[in-house]
Ligand binder design. Structure first.
Ligand SMILES: [Zn+2]
Length: 177
């Protein structure tokens, strides 16, 4: 029974198909291309748990950064190791496919160049930028450390400290509006 036809007949030549890449990595690559990827969700959940308020995919900033903490003038970029060529020699995700290496290298280098450009512009605008690589999101303890060092104490942690040390009455720490 041939109920299912292969739908992988794209315009060869214009764009190599994912069959350059071992199946084990294919899903990963596709996932890392879009929004709301698993690594991104990990970081967002962690930020939330740590009490850092943030916004997502903010328009009007170069490269439309994944996560923006406007109050801290901070941007967090979560980069897929394959698509953005994680420069860590120990990162196995960043290895180029065995075939059509040149094509891949060219394509991915364009991503890297764009990333660098966007980061430069953001920093020139006074934003600080933290890049988190996909493979770094597996170690939650390290990730937590990375985030808190980059962002400083969260608002929740600050408020807790303040109320503990000053015993300020509730309502005293009003936000100016
Ligand atoms: Zn990596």
């Amino acid at each position: 029974m041939a109920l299912r036809r292969s739908s992988s007949s794209g315009p060869r030549g214009t764009r190599p198909l994912f069959d350059d890449v071992p199946p084990s990595r294919r899903r990963n690559m596709k996932a890392v291309k879009g929004k709301d990827t698993a690594p991104e969700l990990t970081v967002r959940r962690l930020l939330y748990a740590l009490g850092y308020r943030h916004r997502l995919h903010v328009r009007g900033l170069p490269g439309r950064p994944d996560i923006v903490l406007a109050g801290r003038r901070a941007v967090i970029e979560i980069r897929g190791c394959f698509w953005h060529r994680h420069p860590d020699p120990n990162c196995r995700n960043a290895v180029l496919p065995a075939t059509r290496r040149e094509w891949w290298a060219q394509k991915l280098d364009a991503n890297v160049a764009r990333d660098a450009r966007n980061q430069k512009v953001l920093e020139a605008m006074g934003w600080k930028v933290l890049v988190i690589w996909e493979c770094e999101t597996r170690d939650v303890a390290m990730l937590t450390l990375q985030l808190t060092q980059f962002l400083g104490p969260s608002k929740a942690a600050q408020e807790e400290n303040e109320s503990r040390s000053a015993q300020a009455p509730l309502g005293h720490t009003l936000l100016h509006d």
